[in-house]
Design a protein around this ligand. Structure first.
Ligand SMILES: [Zn+2]
Length: 362
């Protein structure tokens, strides 16, 4: 697991960090050129070939030079079909020799000498940092500086005797709806996507080099935005389950895909929204919180009445509304589906105990 730490450099330190990152990436590009010219891509051989040259030419510390060579060797592991080029602000790894963590600051090597730079973290992150291992990545993102550290996490035991079940319906109109009736709207995402799509088609039409670059930047930005939102949503869902001592119930992946197929028009609105990623985040955050996650067979979750269990296609009157043809139960369609999912969770547990079924929160 990685922990992100936001650095708070002053103006001069920020400049020093920028210069360092820029220089390291220039060195990586030079190293990549050497690797390509000699068709030598292994880290060890590349080190022998390029270490002295890039260290002298760019004035890097020994450790940074080593990391730069590792970065280049790593990049060629993917494929060796073309010469790798690195962005001027691509991340660089720092190990313990050139980066030390203090209570509220780090001491980090830069081209302008070692800098003592403050950082901000929450209590939880601070605790996680104690189990930090190996390298940290220095990352420049949206005008801010971060260190991403790898930490060891000891998972708490999963609570296998929940008081109830929180069903979560993943959808397009609303990204997630839970069986309590809370939903996480997709409208902000949809608006953003629309704007991105317009900009994207403008850029695609241009076909110039700078348009291509801006297109790539835009895609990265979108992916980052989606990932941020998935993090926020999964966090809220897991916290809620934890605080109410419930297990989380999700449809297995097949279900989401088949329903998304039905709603092709809406899928275009969202582009490639990653439900797989959202599920993954829910699962891993749940694991860290000791919350059980149950997956259920998704068949007919949108057609079944959460009150009486009657299944009929016509129960779902529209994208939004559900009305049972048997008992006349009316509900928002997503909320109804989330409740059906929650109730299936109770019966799908490996050791579905009587207590859990009895206490089903519906
Ligand atoms: Zn009914």
């Amino acid at each position: 697991m990685t922990v992100g730490i936001k650095l708070t450099p002053n103006a001069a330190q920020s400049q020093a960090l920028e210069k360092t990152l820029r220089l390291a990436n220039e060195a990586a590009n030079e190293c990549s050129r050497i690797a390509w010219e000699h068709q030598i891509f292994g880290q060890f051989q590349l080190h022998q070939l390029a270490y002295k040259e890039i260290r002298e030419k760019f004035g890097l510390s020994a450790q940074v030079a080593v990391r730069v060579i590792a970065k280049v060797a790593d990049a060629y592991k993917l494929d060796k079909k073309s010469q790798r080029v690195f962005r001027f602000d691509g991340s660089i790894a720092f190990d313990d020799r050139i980066l030390r963590y203090g209570e509220d600051h780090v001491s980090i090597w830069t081209t302008a000498g070692r800098q003592k730079i403050g950082f901000v973290t929450g209590e939880k992150q601070k605790k996680l940092l104690e189990s930090r291992q190996g390298e940290s990545d220095l990352v420049f993102r949206d005008g801010k500086w971060f260190l991403f550290a790898t930490v060891n996490v000891i998972e708490p035991p999963t609570n296998d005797d929940p008081d109830g079940f929180l069903g979560v319906d993943l959808g397009i109109a609303r990204i997630a709806t839970d069986s309590d009736g809370q939903s996480f709207s997709g409208s902000q995402v949809r608006n953003l996507r629309k704007r991105h799509r317009r900009l994207r088609s403008n850029l695609q039409a241009k076909k110039t080099k700078s348009a291509k670059r801006r297109l790539r930047d835009r895609k990265r930005k979108e992916a980052r935005y989606a990932s941020d939102l998935n993090h926020q949503i999964s966090k809220k869902i897991v916290e809620k389950a934890k605080h109410t001592n419930r297990a989380i119930v999700l449809e297995d992946l097949k279900g989401i895909r088949s329903r998304v197929r039905v709603q092709k028009a809406r899928r275009a609105e969202l582009g490639s929204w990653s439900f797989g990623q959202l599920r993954g985040y829910i699962e891993y955050k749940a694991k860290l919180a000791g919350v059980e996650v149950i997956t259920i067979d998704p068949r007919n979750t949108s057609r079944e009445c959460s009150l009486c269990g009657h299944i009929e296609k016509l129960n779902r009157r529209s994208q939004k509304s559900f009305q049972c043809r048997q008992c006349d139960h009316q509900s928002n369609a997503d909320v109804n589906a989330a409740r059906v999912i929650a109730s299936r969770g109770a019966f799908n547990r490996p050791n579905a105990g009587a207590s859990a079924t009895r206490n089903l929160h519906l």
